[in-house]
Ligand binder design. Sequence first.
Ligand code: 13P
Ligand code: SF4
Length: 308
Amino acid sequence: MFLADEIRRLKKERNAVILAHNYQSAEIQELADHVGDSLGLAYRAAETEADVIAFCGVHFMGETAKIVNPGKTVVIPDLDAGCSLSDSCPPEKLAAYLAEHADRNYYVVAYINCSAGVKALSDVICTSGNAVKIVESVPPDRNILFVPDENLGAWVTEQTGRPMTLWKGNCYVHVEFTRQSIEKIRAEYPDAPVVAHPECTQAVRLLADEVCSTEKMVGYCKNSPAGAFIIVTESGMLHRLRREIPDKTFIPGPTDHCACADCRYMKMNTLEKLRDCLRDLSPQILIPEDLRARAEAPIRRMLELSRT
Ligand code: 13P
Ligand code: SF4
């Protein structure tokens, strides 16, 4: 039996839903029930009626699905698919920082790209799709500590005017794009708007016509009168855009060394591993209940705030 047919059969047998992030490979996106950004997939995970969630993304995304679905089985194709951004903020370091700066009484806004341990220490979670709205909802008299992405945090401050203390973390993929590499491709395609993810550095964001989450990139490119776009984010996004907007051209933003940028963690997932995790119901995401409950509150706060 073909691998794709086997996955469809197992999905039915397990009453499973397959959620895939926009950075997954083309074959995985084609098989998924829902493809989206972190915010969209967090909603899908919170709303699903399935018994099993197979999350094709990275570890913190599967963990988020489990936090809002403690009664369901959450499997991921590869337990080692982590995230450099999440790794840059270990919970013990955050706890120590908060204790050391207790006088600041920080309101902690955590980008969803973090572990359950960091979520449990936070007041509210945000994604790149709702970060501006979430930060605007923080009581004006509170000092904000934004973790773990200094680039997304700096962009949110530019948008809102709200000063924040920024944790010094970043995404190893998005910081590879440089002013030089984007200026070079822009010179080749002068009519193509540059669309960049807010995890890029300020030097790159300043060159962009639009800075937004991966999901918002789809809407921007659909509604723009332009026929070609330079997409400055992980390469999987190109497949999503080409599939959904087949009449337009999408050019990957290059780095100084490569024609496009791949996230090695996102690309650890394969169809074989997806089949295996559905067949074996392993590897599973398991979280101690007290930690899960503490991590759930700030996610629920985010889901409520971004709905209104
Ligand atoms: P989005 O929420 O925009 O999909 O971003 C997730 C991510 O990991 C970006 O590197
Ligand atoms: Fe993490 Fe960056 Fe990969 Fe996104 S692209 S999962 S932020 S390492």
